[in-house]
Design a protein around this ligand. Structure first.
Ligand code: SAM
Length: 248
């Protein structure tokens, strides 16, 4: 729910509600969302809003009642089913505050199905604020018209991630040195996928060896220049979405 009205004229405001929606159901929205619709967007009773619940899809609703601190929305009709997001995971070593929010927002906007912070030896921050990252995912999903939120995983140490890596999932490892052609790797590896992005300080030699030792790993290059981690994440997701995702 952006701070300022962000809906292009003619498109309805869009809110995520963490309750299963149904025809003619009534939803009480919290003060922040009510404040946004009534005071920021200046909506009046009877105005229409789009809702999605990450379960049943997207619905049309009417602002039925405006209270002092909340509001009631009445569900009118089903608009779209919950989408099947492209089967791509974004695995990344957390980076500094501000940039991690941006990275998660972009991961959601670009269509990643799962977002997984990975603790590496050179990771700069000890823990990630899960609720805050979830709020960024929700805002990005409201904005980019997703009907399915990305699954936001808890941070996992790199060695645990590698030990438990799914048999059928390709790990496209963004290696600033010794990475191969991404285009070629995309042709050779269809099916479930993930991109792995290192910390600003890069992976250690030991970590690099362990990642490359995993059978499912495909080391890829994102070009001759050293990209910042968040840039590398956007580039890697975009290349996969264009080659294997739903950008066709
Ligand atoms: N400190 C590292 C160095 O100087 O070698 C740079 C790390 S870079 C800022 C952060 C992460 O972005 C890397 O670990 C890698 O996953 C990814 N990355 C950056 N540039 C890349 C490139 N040209 N090809 C592949 N991955 C890249």
């Amino acid at each position: 729910m952006p701070a300022t009205p962000a809906w292009p004229p003619g498109s309805l405001p869009r809110l995520f509600v963490d309750t299963a929606l149904e025809e003619e159901g009534e939803i009480v929205i919290d003060s922040a969302q009510a404040n946004y619709l009534v005071r920021v967007l200046r909506l009046k009773a009877g105005a229409q809003v789009k809702l999605f619940d990450d379960r049943t899809g997207e619905w049309l609703a009417e602002l039925a009642h405006i209270g002092k601190r909340d509001a009631i929305l009445r569900v009118e009709g089903h608009l779209r089913a919950r989408e099947e997001s492209p089967d791509l995971w974004l695995c990344f070593a957390p980076i500094k505050k501000g940039r991690i929010d941006w990275l998660v927002e972009k991961g959601c906007e670009l269509g990643a199905r799962r977002i997984m912070p990975v603790k590496t030896q050179r990771t700069q921050i000890g823990k990630v604020k899960h609720d805050k990252l979830r709020a960024y995912c929700i805002e990005a999903a409201e904005q980019c018209e997703r009907t399915a939120l990305p699954e936001l995983a808890n941070m996992v140490p790199l060695d645990t991630m590698l030990k438990d890596w799914p048999e059928d999932r390709t790990l496209f490892y963004a290696a600033e040195r010794g990475g191969g052609s991404f285009r070629k790797a995309l042709v050779e590896n269809d099916g479930p996928a993930a991109v792995l992005i290192g910390p600003e300080g890069g992976f250690t030699e030991e970590e690099d060896e362990a990642i490359r030792a995993l059978r499912q790993t495909a080391p890829i290059s994102l070009g001759p220049r050293i990209l910042r981690a968040d840039t590398a994440a956007v580039a890697a997701i975009s290349l996969w979405m264009a080659g294997r995702g739903d950008w066709n």
